[in-house]
Design a protein. Structure first.
Length: 457
């Protein structure tokens, strides 16, 4: 498979000196080869937003030809140059020449012709003189950076010749024919509904510290209010044993504030702690540095967890595994966590997130830099169905054969054990993507059952 499309072979195009001959309606991406992943992504995303984009490794979408003479192309056809600033591009001649030309054109036309994107979180003192005086957009987060870039282009009234066809062109360019199928498909989310949330919280004054079990977990979730009070869904034996007194019942949905704190924030925190406590009760271990709860070796038979397909088949997934990176072996542990969200439809939703705890073979936690490179190498081979299989297996382990999870003895807190699902009118034909996966995905025995079960989910 050709992962990267080369620039089309065309005859040199002679463009007249008169700048009015062609419309300046392209966005020109200037970048170093090492930053090609971001350049590719920007090319597709900006095209899908309706912009004509020129990137030297792709044919133009829409069938037009762009001149090979970069100098002429920038002068005559480019509305703005998007320059990817990185440690690579600052040290290479071609991107530097393109940025110099862009700055010269900007001064000549009295416009901000170049839009720099700070790819490597470079400090101002690390930028060369060509870019140091131009306001850049930070791309520490691609999603946030793209949002700021789109706002800048909108402010500049950048032409969008592909407003009606950009999305279709972008999809057609990167996907084989027949991937999108005109039939409904079920989509799984990583979100779970709370079936019942206690209508009240209790505020109590601490008499003495509540004991902590030897494994470091909580007896029950509490939210500290100042130095003297605690909030909880229920105090149980802590109240009867005299550890907490002066209990006050608060209807959190009808109260504006509790000691100046928004009640919804207290409830959100208590929900998150409740779910975290459940992970610990299911046998996961907390890492004191990262605060991740992870599957330890030996918690499950052969360090595998399972999810059940619609046909009733149990598909195994590794909860702990060993991989090799540059001739060195390391161990990964699935480290699930719930994030409680309030922005998905009025009430609280638990969003399952799947992280990785990485160690050497002796169990020593890898330092952050080493862990990052190995995490990227590991997860780059996990496609959607492989992520889905791990999410389903983790959720099934968390539920422990229950359809509705009940927490606490008297609070009435309940959460559905199955993720929220929905249906969309179009489906993805996974068989058409197999040639792409085969080219870029190493073969691991543990994924064999996952791959064969994808149609049954």
């Amino acid at each position: 498979m050709k992962q990267y499309q080369k620039r089309p072979t065309v005859s040199p195009v002679k463009i007249p000196d008169d700048q009015t001959t062609f419309e300046r309606d392209y966005l020109f991406i200037s970048y170093a080869w090492e930053d090609r992943a971001l350049a590719d992504w920007l090319y597709a995303r900006l095209t899908s937003e309706g912009y004509k984009v020129w990137c030297d490794r792709y044919e133009l979408l829409g069938g037009e030809r762009f001149p090979h003479e970069i100098d002429v192309a920038i002068k005559q056809r480019t509305f703005r140059m998007i320059a990817l600033l990185s440690r690579y591009s600052l040290s290479k001649p071609n991107p530097s020449k393109e940025r110099k030309l862009a700055l010269d054109l900007g001064r000549e036309r009295n416009e901000g012709f170049m839009i720099p994107l700070n790819v490597d979180q470079l400090r101002d003192t690390e930028l060369d003189w060509l870019a140091s005086d131009v306001a850049y957009i930070s791309f520490a987060s691609w999603a946030t950076g793209l949002g700021q870039l789109l706002k800048r282009l909108e402010t500049l009234n950048a032409p969008r010749p592909l407003a009606d066809s950009g999305k279709a062109l972008s999809i057609a360019r990167f996907l084989p024919t027949g991937v999108v199928v005109d039939k409904p498909e079920t989509l799984y989310t990583n979100c779970f509904r709370f079936r019942s949330i206690p209508p009240t919280i209790y505020i109590g004054r601490k008499i003495s510290e509540i004991p902590v079990p030897s494994d470091g977990s909580l007896l029950f979730p509490t939210y500290p209010i100042g130095e003297t009070h605690l909030a909880a869904f229920e105090f149980g034996h802590a109240a009867t044993d005299g550890l907490v007194c002066e209990l006050t019942e608060v209807n959190w949905r009808e109260t504006d504030g509790v000691f100046g704190i928004l009640p919804r924030n207290i409830v959100s925190n208590l929900l998150r702690q409740t779910l975290e406590l459940q992970w610990r009760r299911r046998g996961l271990v907390a890492d004191p540095e990262s605060r991740m709860n992870y599957f330890p070796i030996g918690l499950t038979p052969n360090d595998k967890i399972r999810y059940t397909t619609s046909s009733g088949r149990a598909v195994p997934v590794n909860s702990v595994g060993v991989r090799r990176f540059r001739n060195e072996q390391y161990r990964y542990h699935l480290a699930p966590a719930f994030r409680v969200r309030q922005d998905m439809g009025g009430d609280f939703v638990a969003q399952l997130r799947l992280r990785l705890h990485l160690t050497d073979l002796n169990g020593k936690r890898l330092d952050p830099t080493t862990a990052l490179s190995r995490r990227k190498a590991l997860t780059s081979n996990w496609f959607n169905h492989q992520w889905l299989s791990r999410y389903l297996a983790v959720a099934e382990f968390f539920a422990d054969s229950q359809s509705v999870l009940q927490f606490g003895s008297t609070s009435g807190l309940e959460m559905e054990a199955s993720a929220i699902v929905g249906e969309v009118p179009f489906a993805i034909n996974d068989a058409m993507l197999e040639p792409l996966r085969d080219d870029v995905t190493p073969s691991y025995e543990e994924d064999a059952d996952v791959d064969s079960a994808v149609e049954e989910v």
